[in-house]
Design a protein around this ligand. Structure first.
Ligand code: NAD
Length: 456
């Protein structure tokens, strides 16, 4: 097995030389990464096509374009983010000044999943580079072609002592997790997230955990049904439902249930035709293990759309399951596939406690024109992030921090949040020698009254 201790030792030595500290170095590396992505565009399409059957368009918008956009923003803003910031100092400390100095954490470990196997490795890497960290990357073994490509691109672009890829199965992550890192950035399932956090605790290594969960789409009766259906179908069936922030299940007002179902059926047909198996725009399931898991969840008696499957082609049709209740098996775990269970509700008052009784979702989508309902849902339910009247796109902006809460994860990234997540913010107060107030030093007798006046 690969000698992970040696790799980390060489990265630590590289980091300690201080080369990653100047903002100019980091910007240069981000430019190199951008160039490498652009130069390998065709290879990225090909790897994603082989691993997941993604179309070039889908690969561009969800894996390549989003990264290029992020790099552009980070390069523009980095000189400002990396600067020490002066902040006020309470007058009792006079004469003094205070600064917050961002500094790199050191050597980061980035572990990625298979569903957006390029973006979810390179996205965190942008944060590591921007902050001035070294990085060891472990892509998912399930998206094999992309893993290989990421390894090649990184090898051709950066020295191993700065950024390197370690490919392999979960045993490799376990070997890596035994080592001391300065940050672990993990994207994956809740269960493995717990393993990662337990391993990090042994070295008191901070973690950013980007996990999953069941993200609801709530459709109230005062909505634009056609557009709501289009945006939900798009968010659910992109990447054949294998998206961490895909709407996991639909909660629809009972009065518009029939019209909503009809609109969803129409949209699915408009997107992928009468035979989605033949559509070049509809991806496949990653492997037979996930295929079998998903087929188990499809209760054929309640399928009202789709339901066709083909194990050899790893194909599962966009599927709607009707009359689902909270206690059904499909509501127990994150679905992570193209199967949408439909539940109905009568009032928003029922929806809020029902969601709050379950693990905090990674995303939540509300479709409603009512400002009052919008405010209620956003203020009374805790979730990672989401959209009102759309799905997924809160992820596609460098201006919104992205991350989960509770079971769906901890810590944020994208744009400034990535820079902050991979940095330590060091607080330094500089005092002058020209004046020294004796008041704060012992003996304290007779000083309490005055200090209460000053500090209370
Ligand atoms: P996973 O947790 O099975 O695997 C993720 C990574 O962890 C892989 O690189 C894998 O090799 C490694 N791994 C697996 N078992 C391990 C172990 N025992 N010890 C150490 N490392 C181990 O997740 P996945 O199946 O690749 O991805 C799907 C999950 O990821 C879903 O739950 C999804 O919601 C979540 N996800 C979250 C986000 C987000 O941004 N929050 C994005 C994509 C996926």
């Amino acid at each position: 097995m690969i000698d992970v201790s040696r790799i980390i030792a060489s990265q630590r030595a590289f980091f300690n030389r201080g080369e990653t500290r100047p903002a100019t170095f980091r910007i240069e590396q981000l430019r190199k990464l951008k160039q490498a992505i652009v130069q390998n565009e065709q290879e990225i399409y090909s790897a994603l096509q082989q691993d997941l059957g993604k179309s070039d368009f889908e690969s561009y918008i969800t894996e390549i374009g989003i990264l290029l956009e992020e790099i552009k923003t980070v390069i523009r803003k980095l000189p400002q983010w990396a600067k020490a910031k002066r902040v006020p100092t309470p007058w009792v400390h006079f004469p003094a000044s205070s600064r917050i100095i961002p500094e790199p954490l050191g050597v980061a470990l980035i572990i990625g999943p298979w569903n957006y196997p390029f973006q979810l490795i390179m996205g965190p890497l942008i944060g590591a580079i921007a902050a001035g960290d070294c990085a060891v990357i472990k892509p998912s073994e399930f998206s094999e072609q992309t893993s290989r490509l990421v390894a090649r691109i990184v090898k051709e672009t950066f020295p191993e002592a700065y950024i390197t890829v370690v490919e392999g199965e979960s045993q490799i992550s376990q070997a890596l997790l035994k080592e001391r890192f300065d940050l672990i950035f993990f994207t994956g399932s809740v269960n493995v997230g717990k393993i990662v956090m337990a391993a990090a605790a042994r070295h008191l290594t901070p973690v950013i955990l980007e996990l999953g969960g069941k993200s609801p789409a709530i459709v109230d009766r005062d909505t634009n049904i056609r557009l709501s259906a289009r945006r939900i179908a798009s968010g659910k069936f992109i990447n054949a439902g294998q998206t961490c922030i895909a709407p996991d299940y639909l909660l629809v007002h009972h009065q518009i249930r029939d019209r909503m179902v009809q609109a969803l059926q129409q949209q699915i047909e408009l997107f992928f035709g009468k035979s989605p198996a033949a559509s070049p725009d509809y991806p496949k399931i990653i492997n037979t293990r996930h295929f079998d898991r998903l087929v188990e969840l499809i209760d054929s008696g309640r399928v009202i759309h789709g339901g066709k499957v083909d194990r050899d082609a790893l194909f599962i049709e966009p599927t709607l399951i009707d009359a689902v209740s909270w206690d059904d098996a499909i509501m127990a775990e994150e679905i992570f596939g193209p199967v949408l269970p439909i539940l109905t509700f009568e009032t928003i008052e029922q929806v809020i406690p029902a969601i709050n009784a379950r693990p905090k979702p990674l995303a939540l989508y509300l479709f409603s024109n009512s400002r009052k309902t919008q405010n209620r849902i956003t203020s009374e339910i805790s979730y990672g992030g989401g959209c009102i009247n759309d799905t997924l796109i809160h992820l596609a902006t460098p201006h919104l921090p992205f991350g989960g809460v509770g079971d769906s994860g901890m810590g944020n990234y994208h744009g400034k949040a990535s820079f902050d997540g991979f940095s330590h913010h060091k607080s330094v107060l500089t005092k002058s020698f020209w004046f020294d107030n004796p008041f704060r030093y012992p003996p304290f007798k007779g000083k309490l009254k005055l200090v209460k006046k000053i500090m209370g």
